[in-house]
Design a protein around this ligand. Sequence first.
Ligand code: HXC
Length: 522
Amino acid sequence: MGKEELYKILTSKREEALLGGGKEAIDKQHKEGKMTARERIEYLLDPGSFTEIDMFVTHRATGFGMEKKYGLGDGVVTGFGRIGGRPVFIAAQDFTFMGGSLGEKQAEKIVKTMKTALSVGAPMIFLNDSGGARIQEGVDSLKGYGDIFYMNVMSSGVIPQIAAIMGPTAGGAVYSPALMDFIVMTQKTSYMFITGPRVVKAALGEEVDEQTLGGAEVHATKSGIASLVGKDDRDTLDLIKKLLSYIPSNNTEEPPFMKTDDPIDRADPELDSLLPDDPDKPYDVKEVIERVVDKGSFFEIFPHWAQSAVIGFARLGGRAVGIVANQPNYMAGSLDIDSSDKIARFVRFLDSFNIPIITFVDVPGFMPGTTQEHGGIIRHGAKILFAYSEATVPKLTVIMRKAYGGAYIAMSSRHLGADYVVAWPTAEIAVMGPSGAVEILYRKEIAAIADPEERKKYVEKITQEYKEKLATPYMAAARGYIDDVVLPSETRSKLYRALEVLSTKREVRVRVPPKKHSNMPV
Ligand code: HXC
């Protein structure tokens, strides 16, 4: 065969591969409001930067009609490209070919991409859209998932891993995203569950549809699986781009710097009046965060789940930081099981990837009650203590108002290794709030006063005394447990100065005795 003919064969094979499961299946995908795997890659990556690998891979399965199901690429598009100029690796399942189902060769393609991403030190992005393990390939499919899970774990903490759920993700297939750092789900067109509605009905007699069982809304509000939700395919991919803009390419690099016009010494007088006069009244901590960080840089993660804690990325003087905060607007900002998990996992992520942590504290305590105790608030709350103590990145803390008991310690206190802790004059750092403390300390004295008016006056007097002497920032400041008491309006410039000087803090210069690893409560 001459060269010309050989080149023609290549062209036609490429054309065939680009069609995936064929025109009809592509039309069906579009009709459902979904882009194809290649369209998604094209939209996500910098224009013209995608290099595909393994375009000609095919399965080698036989039986169950597999001989007739032949397709180049085997239901996944893999390769590398750039986002914002930085290299990334990508695997996008192609639902048009056998429903994107994963067999031996599809898995090998994905694992190959993951291995290269790990060795290069570049983020791995996985766009899921698949019927799960390819039934016809039996245990070879399961082996494939096992290999992917193993690579997910080996890559964890070395390169960022982001999963988008852009169609079905069912059965054990959900565990690859679950092992990654962030999951972005697409509204309406995606779902994730261990077993689908039919199996649920057979096993439990429960009638439920796909979206109610495992749609984006459920996972973003109830289960804490979806870190973010995109309105459609494009929005989902935009969220991935935004996420990556705060994250370094691997654990040996610093996060990207973004020049800002927002002056680092900008005072914000309105912050001084933001807290309500009544210390028991709520306010929105997101307003505090937005006023302190670079304008427009706050990017909240898990905005609708475990809302008594707020987490997200931001920038201060152009440097990427992770934000953790209590939200007085929701359950008075107390720490419950879900918010403990939310904070702990985020702190672990930030620490893995050299992203400094700024913690805003206004916390009345861990959530009391049988539901929380029986659900294991002790075990879950311990994760926050563990994560902050282990974290060696710069840790900066602002105590705005309440900082009581164990929750004070847990929320990045000096005692867990915070590097710079400031309190606002409104801070109340104590073992517990005034009413509880007075009740315990003076129960007998209060009960001995018969006249209700007199009793009320006495309680007011001792409460006031407690507030002035114990529930203030000055006792902690006198001990050096906090570094400074600052006006809210000064917070930005104080934090920036500390962040700048702490930028050379390195793990090797900080404790951590040699050990295989610790036994984090999970
Ligand atoms: C082989 C599959 C497949 C699978 C879909 N297809 N899932 N082929 N193995 N797992 C094929 C279909 O046969 C069909 O082929 C094409 O993909 C498109 O599927 P449709 O059913 O026509 O599409 P749709 O109506 O949109 O429904 C999508 C779906 C449904 C909801 C995902 O296909 C489905 O329920 N699939 C099975 C899901 C599942 O239970 N997977 C196993 C999970 S267990 P044709 O030739 O007709 O176009 C698992 C274990 C992993 O994954 C364990 C890891 C440890």
